[in-house]
Design a binder for this molecule. Sequence first.
Ligand code: ADP
Ligand code: MG
Length: 695
Amino acid sequence: MESMENLFGSNVFNDAEMMRHLPKDTYRALRKTIEEGRRLDPAIAGVVAHAMKDWAISRGVTHYTHWFQPMTGITAEKHDAFIAPLPGGRVIESFSGSELVRGESDASSFPSGGLRSTFEARGYTAWDPTSYAFIKDNVLCIPTAFCSYGGEALDKKTPLLRSMDALSAQAVRVLRLFGRETARVVPTVGPEQEYFLIDRKLYEKRLDLVMTGRTLFGSKPPKGQELNDHYYGAIKPRVQAFMKDLNEELWRLGVLAKTEHNEAAPAQHEMAPIYAVVNVSADHNQLTMEIMKKVAERHGLVCLLAEKPFAGVNGSGKHNNWSMTTSAGDNLLEPGDSPYDSAQFLLFLVAVIRAVDEYQDLLRVSVASAGNDHRLGANEAPPAIISIFLGDELTAILQALESGEAYEGHGRQEMTVGVHALPKFPRDNTDRNRTSPFAFTGNKFEFRSLGASDSIADCNVALNAAVAESLRVYADELEAAEDFTSALHDLIVREIRAHRRIIFNGNGYSPEWVAEAEKRGLHNLRTTADAAPCLLEEKNIELFRRHRIYTPAEVHARYEILLEGYCKVLNIEAETALTMAKREILPAAMRYSGKLARDAAAIKSYAPALSARPEEKLLEEIAEEAALFSDRIDQLRQAVTAIPAAADVLTRACYMRDSVLPAMAALRRSADALETEVAREDWPFPTYADLLFQI
Ligand code: ADP
Ligand code: MG
């Protein structure tokens, strides 16, 4: 391997490259744009484009692309060569400032949720200079936001950038009240990414994996994850080779890939990068998912990012570690050493508590997808109920503040905001409840409900927006206060009281919590179809409108796209299940029962006194199960045929949830029962034991 110094960021037009390739004043102007999170001045764009092009060409690059993140949740790119014609049939390599800053895209095939009619199908992409350009497969990729000509966001990046501005504006106001000036406050995120690796040849034999990324059939193998022998276990050589390649590719792209380990389920792994500013982190996570798939292919493997590729073992999620940092690099969720710092910490802490309580529905819907519905609440991932884990010590401190009673943690201490420094609580203690969807882990919050394939943009838009709103309310109130310290104390106490229902330190997997959460009035939005309608609630539309993150029309578009996507995914799954059932599983069962019948008859005709009981018993069982299976094929077919195609999207989504999904589940039960009875050699595709253990 090359030295890390040479390797890391070698495919990125990063700060060091900018400094090397740009004239000093252009570099300074660009830095200022980046630091202040503003848009690029067209006057310097040409100079930057020229330098970027020369840098890219010197590395063998021939094309550039505006790399963007449409509402499909994955990334999109269209390559253009760096050529412009010259007289005499020659060409010159060219790339102008306007080509860098703004691109046009006839992107009528991307989902727009009705924001763009086809007669005005053009959209445009605009460079986000806070995320560095990079080289991928000999193409210069320019991270961009994607909007319609009317200015409506058609992607996941634009609202993320807007939510960062909103959060920054309000956080700067609050910090000013504490006498702290900062140009900007940025949300930082470290996303931990789970995934499965399986053998490519086995994968190719399963239509469900190829079509849907997850298995729709498969009986439980003799061994699952019950021995806990995979989690943090020694990494197999083939997986190790994959990880080595993955790391190198990610490092070249400037992704701070840091931690790798085996996860709970067999064939499941995790990669965690060091955190970055959230828009960069979102870009890097998209790249990570893409590169994981590509590198896996080179190793004869397939990387599965579906939320629930296998029943009976854990699915894959993503943990969104989130905090806020000032321009000086101070983490606002780091408990302070002095009473003054503690007061500031407490204010930001209650801002998050309020945000999560008031907008639990938005956080839930931000991670909603057909795939993730299989995980949340299935005792392997947090429940669908959103709550906050603070740990005993911090909870006790808040209780003491709320009640005005003494805090008994480290000696008796009266708690008054602005007077006492918080006791130093051991960070480790705060991270052990893995059942909580939203856990404070010492100096950041970890939102654990994301699905493995999610873009992290959606949940961070919701989180940034909700926290911006808390901070706005607080700043309004505190700016008007006569005595800041006592107003601050009263506000914090009031907020703890108002929002303590969202704090839950117990076991989120227990049935008691479901009952308790209901008593507390918390949402329990179990599926995407349940969660999506809350997007349209007035308070949520107002939140996004007020902070200029989404217009009401943009919210509606996202609601449509979410539910439309849910219906489509379930429809594809149902059709795939039907195809496999009819063309592979049922024929296998019939073939095998035919064999059994012939064998039994042969035995009997050889010598009538001989017993054919094993054949007959098995034949009877299979015949019965196969008959049930065949009926269930018909029932699923009927359910799919009866999809109310003309109905509105919510009606269709509810129908998919209530009619199609249960019919798929019933079909699967029969198929999995057949799998345990049909001979190994007659089963038409690889089993769970093959997929999970043959690597
Ligand atoms: P674990 O969750 O396994 O205990 P860590 O707590 O070390 O692991 O970190 C998990 C993730 O949180 C890493 O991606 C790390 O970079 C990220 N992280 C650490 N500090 C911050 C922060 N201030 N803001 C956002 N993410 C952070
Ligand atoms: Mg974690």
